[in-house]
Design a protein around this ligand. Structure first.
Ligand SMILES: Nc1ncnc2c1ncn2[C@@H]1O[C@H](COP(=O)(O)OP(=O)(O)OP(=O)(O)O)[C@@H](O)[C@H]1O
Ligand SMILES: [Mg+2]
Length: 506
């Protein structure tokens, strides 16, 4: 053992021999200052000090765990009691010579000091280990992505890890416990914690809620918190965010539903198309009958059979009226069935060839314009004289143009109080050699589309029309993407809408 002996006069000298005799190492300091300096430099196991309260208390204050053995001139129980009250673990009278009995007591005191040191060391090691473990657990709880909330048996929040703030929100008063919880999940989480506590059983559920305008799906598991004695001391909740998996699941479900719907539509469209072919075929035959009746009427009129001719003409007119209607309805149904077939990707394969886009637009407008209702608006063609060309399938681009023109015309016709000369439909082309692309813009001065609706218009079956399928734009975008192009939209409510088809320049 290493002892620090503080001995101002020769008072400590009698101990010197005894210590050597007992086999301990001693360092002597003449006063308190020196003693403190030595203790700072080298660790000592115990100190032998005069029974001066100032010295004892100073050392006790600085080194609370250092065993102190006091010595003094008086050999009395009172002197010993006073020394212990000043912080010493034992007291020895110091005479001119240390008697054998006193030497024995000194030896015992030193052994007790050693035992106390060992105990203190073990206590310190245990404390360090506890602190290390506590830091480790705290790091784990802080690092996990799940929110963890603990309540005590009175329902008060005792602990919540940082991740829980995402679900429960920050507390208004303290970040840790207590205070008002602002998050939308706070109520269901706390409710389930209290139920777990009162009913003494674990629970698991998925909760769906909206926070910051986003849908959130949380897996919430609550369990009873038990101490080492097995008694319930509170409840703990673990909250995990399942929003991403849920939204993927929903997307998958949606895609599967659309795929199923697609094949269903394909088979219906196929059947409908077959039937429609017979219907339009019959209508055409009906029209031929009307034509024949008109010819017969002409014959009858040349032969002077006026009455018969009038009857035949009347009949022909009626037949024509009926079958014109049937034919028109049949063709419009065929367009819908065609859209459905396109939706399920059962359309014709693409045969691409280099096309002059200006020519294709002019042809489409002159051949189909009347059917598309362009005479009801002001049509302007602003075609780039540098004739942009692209490798595309002409019928597919034509189909897209038709859809965009019909949409634009319908949108402008809906604005009943706007006069005809204020309804503008402009189709423009632009050749951008630098970017290597051609752009076709279909611009209208219609009502425009709000930003919220703008996100939806390309989705299948999104329509605001009584008789629309909502497949037009969805198919257009797919068709253009199949030709390595893009279809985009820009719109301003009250100003109009522009759809831009961008294709590679070839
Ligand atoms: N030029 C436009 N101006 C304003 N709204 C438009 C315009 N083009 C499309 N829309 C909106 O987008 C929706 C979807 O258009 P889409 O062509 O896909 O289907 P639809 O026209 O409703 O039906 P279908 O094409 O089968 O007749 C329309 O219902 C309409 O609300
Ligand atoms: Mg449409």
């Amino acid at each position: 053992m290493k002892l620090l002996c503080v001995s101002p006069l020769d008072g400590g000298r009698p101990f010197e021999r005894a210590l050597t005799h007992l086999g301990h190492e001693a360092t002597w300091a003449p006063d308190l200052d020196q003693a403190l300096r030595i203790a700072r430099r080298t660790p000592v196991d115990a100190a032998l000090v005069p029974d001066d309260p100032a010295v004892l208390e100073e050392l006790r204050g600085r080194y609370p765990h250092l065993p102190l053995i006091a010595f003094g001139e008086r050999d009395s129980a009172i002197a010993a009691a006073r020394a212990t009250s000043w912080g010493a673990m034992g007291y020895l009278p110091s005479g001119a010579e240390l008697e054998a009995a006193a030497e024995e007591v000194l030896g015992d005191l030193i052994l007790r000091a050693a035992a106390r040191n060992r105990l203190e060391e073990r206590r310190r090691a245990r404390l360090e280990e506890t602190l290390r473990l506590s830091k480790f657990y705290s790091d784990v709880l802080t690092s996990v992505g799940q929110g963890i909330v603990v309540i005590d048996h009175s329902g008060k929040i005792r602990y919540r890890n940082p991740a829980s703030a995402r679900f429960l929100g920050e507390t208004s008063s303290s970040k840790d416990t207590g205070g008002e919880l602002a998050g939308r999940a706070a109520v269901p989480v706390l409710q389930q914690l209290v139920e777990t506590l009162t009913e003494n059983e674990s629970r698991t559920q998925t909760i769906a809620l909206e926070q910051d305008q986003k849908k959130m799906f949380l897996d919430l598991t609550t369990s009873v918190l038990r101490g080492a004695d097995g008694k319930a001391s509170g409840a703990v909740a673990i909250v995990s965010d399942r929003s991403i998996e849920k939204s993927l699941e929903q997307q998958l479900f949606h895609t599967e539903r659309l795929a199923t719907l697609g094949s269903l539509l394909a088979s219906i469209a196929h059947e409908v198309n077959n039937t429609l072919t017979s219907v339009t075929g019959c209508a055409e035959m009906g029209l031929m009958v009307a034509e024949q009746a008109e010819l017969n009427a002409a014959d009858a009129r040349t032969s002077g059979r006026e009455q018969e001719a009038d009857n035949l003409d009347g009949l022909a007119k009626e037949i024509r009226q009926i079958f014109d209607l049937v034919l028109e309805a049949g063709i419009s149904c065929q367009t819908i069935a065609d859209n459905m077939l396109q939706y399920s990707r059962q359309g014709k394969p693409t045969h691409r060839s280099q096309q002059d886009l200006n020519k294709l637009i002019t042809r489409t407008v002159s051949v189909l314009g009347k059917h598309l209702g362009v005479e009801k608006v002001n049509l302007e063609l602003a075609l780039d004289p540098r004739s942009p060309r692209s490798r595309i399938e002409p019928s597919k681009l034509q189909q897209t143009l038709v859809n965009l023109i019909v949409n634009a015309v319908q949108a402008m016709l809906d604005m009943e109080d706007v006069p005809l000369d204020e309804r503008h439909l402009t189709i423009e082309t632009e050749r951008d050699d630098e970017a290597g692309r051609a752009v076709i813009r279909v611009r209208d001065s219609g009502p425009g589309i709000s930003p919220r609706r703008l996100e939806q218009i390309f989705q299948p079956f999104y329509t605001t029309k009584d008789h629309g399928t909502g497949l037009g734009l969805y198919i257009c975008r797919r068709v253009i993407e199949d030709q390595d192009g893009t279809l985009d939209v820009e719109s301003e409510v009250g100003v109009g809408t522009t759809f831009s088809i961008t294709l590679p320049l070839k």
